[in-house]
Ligand binder design. Sequence first.
Ligand code: E4P
Length: 221
Amino acid sequence: MKIFLDTANLKSIRKFNDMGLLDGITTNPSLMFKEGGNPKDAMEEITKVIKGDVSLEVVSTEYSGMMEEGKRLRQYGDNVVVKVPMTPDGLKACKSFSSEGIPVNVTLIFSANQALLAAKAGAKYVSPFIGRLDDIGQDGMKLIHEIKDIFSNYNFGTQILVASVRHPVHVVDAAKIGADVVTLPPAVLDKMLLHPLTKIGLDNFLTDWDKLKSVNPDIKI
Ligand code: E4P
């Protein structure tokens, strides 16, 4: 399963990229707003630092505006995936971009039918927002199961990009289903790294090493 980071924060992107964990990045206008500054600078830097796919989102709501914005966004790099909303105009733009060989991420997917239509329109990725479904009392992970079944039944090449991830259990569940990608807020990736027994174990090893050194001061690894 590929791991994308769901952020426009360069410090976090560099931190996890240096650990070799990142296959790509997803952003959206809210994430850009959260970082402040000029989003152009962020888009330029992110597309340079990350070799994998970087989703940059259009803000036009009608077809021709989406096409213009998508083409401008692609100037940041060949790794830019144009992110369009799951609307009739978004699907039309998805079809046009895909026909030109430009990869598209269809975002704001909340039903299996929406995912099916986005795949038919040629999307490289569909982004089902599982956390937002959980928030309204629905089962976000059930949607991932359904999309996985449908895409497998018909051998769609479209990848399932699990979005709106809230905690590490979402990641394990998505991996068990066989989702292609999860996009994670930095805080979730931080939590996945840690386990209290790892810390306790390491503290014990270092304490015992200090004890060994106190009787053999010259030893070194
Ligand atoms: C995905 O591409 C979106 O940017 C993101 O996952 C939305 O998550 P949220 O529901 O936490 O805003």
